[in-house]
Design a protein around this ligand. Structure first.
Ligand code: NAP
Length: 531
């Protein structure tokens, strides 16, 4: 059984089916696409380039699908998901409109008993959670939120029919990637837009553009090599990191390099120099360059100051990629309110009170993020050996082996889970690698007469320590972010992704498989395959 029909679940279905397994998928939404099904807010767009943010498993698919822009919009990515579902005839195995509420491992039969929120009970030998790592939405407990009589929308639960803000007074809480994308779009239509910012964020201009026929042709001609290069790289991208130190070059040369990377747009800016993500002094040089950009774009110096991040290294929170975000604050209908200086006191029937001032609002948008990396797993009542819940096991921080399994939960796979590099790279690359690894494991087990696989506690402990140590070589722990769970009150502060590099991670996973699934115990189920 696969839970979720986003890009992870779709490929898991495709891959396991072609390996001869019987697969059933449950999907809460009414269609495929996962993240791109739910995040329909205006301006939603991927921050990885389209020609790379796509499946590589089928050469014909990647040769035939034509992306229109360098950074694809949500509607285009959703259309791609639907195309893949049709092309590979995936829908007939997917039950839409059905979430999975609980799953319990029966130690007597080695079967997962899964209960859906429509009351169906289904047994499965293997349970693959493709529930996404940025899908469990988070709504802060603002006093009075339930009283608000206007329209209230979380960016990741945006209505299918859209929201018409023409002539309306709109408020946005949150200035992460979602807020930074939605703000310019809402500002264009709303009568008044008020942005409630707690932490100023670094954002790099996307420099998005339409793809030319020549660009598409060049990538297609070299697709297998490009994909392979990305798989073996550190960041999952083909744009190289400049191997020089930012501290070792003269100032004018450094400025020219930052400028060139800024013009390139998006994530590659962080690869301007080798040590930007590892050395605080090098990082500060890159951060100051971006701060100068903000000051040069935003006309009102007081607003520019509020928008200028100064409390965390650049890139230590997931960097944002925007189209016209900072310039939006030059519009006369847009106001920035720092809720750090003027905290949100309450939501009222007609708006929001912050720092003693009441803001009248017709529409309130929550761009407040997710219980990232663990929430979509732990919100399901998953019970492994001895009835232990996954939520209880991970209460002090997620512990996994390779990000793909956790001890005490046999035959349960957490696609792109905590302890894997997924969110630090191109999610498609991470999905394909995890699904291929799980599929290969299940095929090998079948050939060898095994049908139970479980990570050992020792392997899990070693991996969890390794994940923590890998982050020590970076600046990620210097920020409060969803990478460390600090955006969710009460969540253990643990660095969740694997920061040791995508290529290295792949090598480790492959060597574990080649070594007879080192760190896993393989066995025989106590009862036959469930019907
Ligand atoms: P996020 O990065 O966690 O940002 C949430 C925002 O809400 C932050 O500005 C946060 O402020 C604010 N916030 C949360 N609770 C608050 C409270 N009680 N009062 C005031 N402000 C509050 O969430 P996100 O923007 O949805 O992005 C999450 C991740 O999804 C991204 O990092 C990215 O990986 C992915 N994403 C990608 C794209 C893309 O591809 N372009 C687009 C959207 C999302 P603080 O910073 O002070 O906590």
């Amino acid at each position: 059984m696969v839970v979720g029909a986003g890009f992870g679940g779709m490929y898991a279905l495709y891959d396991l089916r072609r390996r001869g397994f019987t697969v059933r998928v449950f999907e809460r939404g009414s269609g495929v696409g996962g993240t791109w099904f739910w995040n329909r807010y205006p301006g939603a767009r991927c921050d990885i380039e389209s020609m790379e943010y796509s499946y590589s498993f089928d050469e014909d698919l990647q040769q035939e699908w034509t992306w229109s822009q360098r950074y694809p919009t949500q509607p285009e990515i959703l259309a791609y998901a639907e195309h893949v579902a049709d092309r590979f005839d995936l829908r007939r195995h997917i039950t839409f409109g059905t979430g999975v509420g609980a799953a319990a491992y029966d130690e007597g039969t080695d079967v997962w008993r899964v209960t859906t929120d429509t009351g169906e009970e289904v047994d499965a030998r293997f349970l693959v959670l493709a529930t996404g790592v940025l899908s469990a939405t988070r709504v802060p407990e603002f006093p009075g939120l339930e009283r608000f009589r206007g329209q209230l929308h979380h960016t990741a639960r945006w209505p299918v029919d859209g929201v018409d803000v023409t002539g309306k007074r709109v408020g946005v809480i949150g200035t992460g990637s979602s807020g930074i994308q939605v703000v310019p779009q809402l500002a264009a239509d709303a009568a008044r837009l008020t942005v409630f910012q707690r932490t100023a964020n670094y954002s790099i201009s996307a420099e998005n553009d339409r793809l030319t026929e020549e660009q598409i042709r060049d990538v297609r001609a070299d697709y297998p090599a490009i994909r392979e290069k990305a798989r073996r790289s550190f960041t999952g991208s083909t744009v190289p990191i400049n191997r020089q130190s930012a501290l070792a070059v003269p100032e004018d040369e450094r400025r020219a390099q930052f400028e060139a990377r800024w013009k390139l747009g998006g994530f590659p800016f962080l690869g301007s120099y080798d040590d930007v993500m590892r050395d605080l002094d090098a990082n500060e040089l890159a951060a100051e360059f971006v701060r100068d950009k903000i000051r040069s774009i935003v006309r009102d110096p007081a607003v520019a100051e509020l928008l200028t991040p100064d409390d965390h290294p650049i890139g230590s929170k997931r960097i944002c990629v925007d189209t016209g975000y900072f310039a939006t604050f030059n519009r006369s209908n847009v106001r920035l309110v720092s809720v750090r200086e003027r905290p949100i006191e309450e939501i009222t029937e007609t708006g929001l009170r912050a720092g003693g001032e009441h803001h009248e609002l017709d529409v309130l948008v929550l761009a407040t993020g997710f219980d990232a990396m663990t929430g979509s797993f732990t919100r399901i009542d998953i019970r492994g050996r001895g009835g232990q819940t996954l939520a209880a096991k991970w209460a002090d921080g997620a512990r996994t082996y390779l990000g793909v399994q956790t001890a005490g939960f046999p035959n349960l796979f957490t696609l792109t889970g905590p302890g894997s590099p997924a969110v630090l790279c191109n999610m498609f690359l991470a999905i394909e690698q995890h699904v291929d690894w799980v599929g290969r494991a299940l095929s090998t087990m079948r050939e060898e007469g095994h049908d139970v696989i479980e990570a050992t506690v020792e392997a899990e402990e070693q991996w969890t320590t390794h994940v923590d140590e890998a982050a020590d070589g970076t600046l990620y722990k210097h920020a409060n972010s969803w990478y460390v769970g600090s955006n969710v009150p009460g969540k253990a502060r643990v660095f969740l992704p694997y920061a040791g590099g995508v290529g290295r991670y792949r090598k480790i996973c492959d060597s574990v498989a080649e070594d007879g699934y080192r760190g896993f115990v393989l066995g025989r189920a106590r009862a036959g395959t469930p019907a």
